[in-house]
Design a protein around this ligand. Structure first.
Ligand SMILES: Nc1ncnc2c1ncn2[C@@H]1O[C@H](COP(=O)(O)OP(=O)(O)OP(=O)(O)O)[C@@H](O)[C@H]1O
Length: 371
C-alpha cells in the first residue's frame, strides 16, 4: 500500500525558495510523472519524497503517517537513479542482493526475491554476468532490479532513461509500463521528456518555477491546458500561437481579430477578457481543418516539409505576417517547394490564452477526456 499526500510542501536553499505550495495526493498504485523544464524543481521534489532532502515547509505522509523526519532507509520507498552505478566486481545477482544482505535479510528470502525480480525484468539469463558485460539497457534493468527486490510501497525514478540512446529509451519505456501493470505499485517518475510523461503517466504533474502548473491525465493536459506554458510544454510539435486582439468576449464563443484582419469566434469562455485585450490564439498542428469547412482561411507558403514517414510536418509562413506555423499532414501528402497553402481555422479546434497566459476554458467536449 503506497498512498502519498503532500500538503503545502516547500523547499528553500540558502533562503531562496526552490519549491512552493505543493499540494498533491498520489493514490496507491498510481503512475505519476513529474515533468517540466530544466530547473523547475522536479528532482528536488522527488528527493524530498525519498528523504534525501530536508523539507522546509509542509507535511508529507505515506499511508496517513507523517514521514518528514523519517530517514530514507526507513521509508518504505525505493529510488532508481539516473546514473545506475552498479558495483563492477559483483555479478548481477550480487548487485541486486546487496541491499538485502546489508539489511540482514534471510538468504532463502534474498534468493526468492532476486529470482522473482530477475524474471520480471528479463534478467534471469544474465544473473552471473558482471556489469561490464551488459548493455546500457541491461544495466538499467539491473538498477531497477536492485530497487524491486526491496519491495517498496513507492518506487521513485529519477530520469532513469536519460543515459540511453533513443531506441533503447522506447524499449525501456515499454518495459517500465509493463512492470507497473504487473506490480500495481505506486510509481513516481521524473523526466523532462514530455513524450515519456505522456506515454507512461496515469497523471502528469507539470511543474514550473517550483510550483505545480497543472495536474491531470495526459490527454486532459493536451486538450485542456490551463496556461499557455502548459500548452507549449505538452505536445510535439509545439502548439502554434498567433497574437490576436479580443473583439467580443462571450461565455460560449469569444471573437478575436487575427493578424490577417479576419475575425474568428473561438469556442472558449472569454468572459473575463475585455474587448481590445491582447491575447494568444493556440492551434495544434493537427487542428487545422479543410478550407471548405473552415470559418477562417489563412494564406500561407511552404517553407520546409519534414517527411517523417507516417506523417509530414509542413512548416509554413503566413502571407503578410511574420509568423510561422506547423501543420501535421498525412505522410503521403505531396508538397512542392514554396507551394501556396490554405490553412483552415475552426473556432472549436482552437485555444485562447488571455494577456496573463491563463487559458480561457474551452467550450468543447472531447470524448473520453475530462477537463
Ligand atoms: N543543493 C542545492 N543548492 C542550491 N540550489 C539548488 C540545489 N539543488 C538544486 N538547486 C536549485 O533548485 C532548482 C531546482 O532544481 P532541480 O534539480 O530540482 O530541478 P529539475 O527540475 O530536476 O531540473 P533538471 O531537469 O535540470 O534536473 C534549480 O534552480 C537548482 O539550481
Amino acid at each position: 500500500m503506497g498512498r502519498l499526500t503532500l500538503e503545502g510542501i516547500g523547499k528553500d536553499y540558502d533562503g531562496v525558495e526552490i519549491s512552493r505550495d505543493i499540494d498533491l495526493t498520489i493514490e496507491d498504485g498510481e503512475f505519476v510523472v513529474f515533468v517540466g523544464p530544466s530547473g523547475c524543481g522536479k528532482s528536488t521534489l522527488l528527493r524530498m519524497i525519498a528523504g534525501l532532502e530536508d523539507i522546509t515547509r509542509g507535511e508529507m505522509c505515506l499511508n496517513g503517517e507523517r514521514i518528514n523526519e523519517i530517514p530514507p532507509q526507513e521509508r518504505d520507498i525505493g529510488m532508481v537513479f539516473q546514473s545506475y552505478a552498479l558495483y563492477p566486481h559483483m555479478s548481477v545477482a550480487e548487485n541486486m542482493a546487496f541491499g538485502l544482505k546489508l539489511a540482514r535479510t534471510d538468504k532463502a528470502e534474498i534468493r526468492r526475491r532476486v529470482d522473482h525480480a530477475a524474471g520480471m525484468l528479463h534478467l534471469t539469463e544474465l544473473l552471473e554476468r558482471r556489469p561490464k558485460d551488459l548493455s546500457g539497457g541491461q544495466r538499467q534493468r539491473v538498477a531497477i532490479g536492485r530497487t524491486l527486490v526491496k519491495e517498496p510501497a513507492v518506487f521513485l525514478f529519477d530520469e532513469p532513461l536519460s543515459n540511453l540512446d533513443a531506441a533503447l529509451r522506447v524499449d525501456m519505456r515499454v518495459q517500465i509500463a509493463e512492470l507497473h501493470r504487473r506490480l500495481r505499485a505506486t510509481m513516481i517518475y521524473v523526466t523532462h521528456d514530455q513524450v515519456e510523461a505522456m506515454t507512461l503517466a496515469d497523471r502528469i504533474v507539470l511543474l514550473s518555477r517550483g510550483r505545480i502548473a497543472q495536474v491531470g491525465a495526459p490527454l486532459s493536459l493536451y486538450h485542456f491546458p490551463r496556461t499557455l506554458e502548459v500548452a507549449e510544454f505538452i505536445g510535439s510539435p509545439r502548439i502554434n500561437t498567433l497574437p490576436v486582439t479580443v473583439v467580443d468576449p462571450g461565455r460560449q464563443r469569444t471573437a478575436v481579430r487575427l493578424p490577417s484582419g479576419d475575425t474568428l469566434a473561438v469556442a472558449v469562455d472569454g468572459a473575463r477578457l475585455r474587448a481590445g485585450d491582447s491575447a494568444t490564439l493556440g492551434v495544434r498542428a493537427e487542428d487545422f481543418v479543410a478550407p471548405d469547412q473552415a470559418e477562417v482561411r489563412l494564406a500561407a507558403r511552404l517553407m520546409v516539409a519534414e517527411k517523417l514517414g507516417y506523417e509530414t510536418l509542413a512548416h509554413l509562413r503566413l502571407d503578410g505576417v511574420t509568423a510561422t506555423l506547423t501543420q501535421r499532414l498525412d505522410g503521403l501528402t505531396h508538397l512542392e517547394d514554396d507551394q501556396a497553402v490554405e490553412l483552415g481555422l475552426a473556432g472549436e479546434r482552437c485555444h485562447l490564452f488571455g494577456p496573463d497566459g491563463d487559458a480561457c476554458p474551452r467550450q468543447v467536449q472531447i470524448p473520453g477526456v475530462s477537463h
